[in-house]
Design a protein around this ligand. Structure first.
Ligand SMILES: CC(C)(COP(=O)(O)OP(=O)(O)OC[C@H]1O[C@@H](n2cnc3c(N)ncnc32)[C@H](O)[C@@H]1OP(=O)(O)O)[C@@H](O)C(=O)NCCC(=O)NCCS
Length: 169
């Protein structure tokens, strides 16, 4: 994917064609919550979580738009210990999938982690989530662990990590 760039202080984090990634704002939270409930129920975050996330995640709360429509969101946070960031959530609405929004959000999170001077980005993914695992491998994540029953009975997690260099991932 081409056309990416990070512009500190501006609203646009990345752009490629009609797909734009920018920090979340109050006016996109209804659309973000609609995507969350449509795609993640019954394990979705409540609406108030996203209001709180604006302040808690700051520039790590990103929204992808295709044209003017909100297509998905991502959450990136920093671990309390160490210098790694965690890609906490990436969700794209079903009707917007396969158009690069998931990859754009993931790459934008990596750029934010780079700006935070993190050593690495970590994430967890279900072993059966082949689309997400392939996406993460495409942008450079490598499997670094496995934890059975993490999400509940029979719900394991694969841990992945992308090391960042000072020059860029
Ligand atoms: C994972 C997810 C974010 C990907 O979003 P997306 O916008 O469709 O992703 P992209 O368009 O950037 O495509 C990324 C890769 O997935 C592939 N892909 C997208 N939709 C696909 C589908 N339905 N079937 C197979 N592959 C698919 C793309 O082809 C691309 O792979 P490629 O570059 O090798 O061609 C999206 O499927 C989603 O929101 N899933 C539900 C939430 C979730 O599981 N999040 C991850 C939790 S760890």
């Amino acid at each position: 994917m081409s056309g990416f760039g990070f512009h500190t202080g501006s609203q646009v984090v990345t752009a490629s064609g009609a797909t734009w990634v920018a920090p979340a704002s109050q006016d996109c939270l209804d659309a973000v919550f609609e995507i969350e409930t449509d795609e993640m129920a019954p394990d979705c975050f409540p609406r108030f979580f996203f209001t709180q996330a604006l302040g808690l995640f700051g520039p790590g709360f990103l929204v992808a738009r295709i044209g003017v429509e909100v297509a998905g969101y991502a959450l990136l946070g920093r671990h309390a210990e160490g210098r790694d960031a965690e890609l906490y959530s990436v969700v794209v609405g079903a009707r917007w999938r396969g158009r690069g929004a998931g990859e754009a959000l993931t790459r934008a999170c990596i750029e934010v982690a780079q700006c935070w001077t993190c050593d690495a980005v970590r994430l967890s993914v279900s072993p059966g989530n082949a689309v997400a695992r392939r996406l993460y491998e495409t942008v450079g994540f490598e499997r670094c662990g496995f934890e059975p029953q993490y999400y509940g009975a029979g719900e394991d997690r694969v841990l992945m990590r992308l090391a960042l260099s000072a020059e860029g991932a």
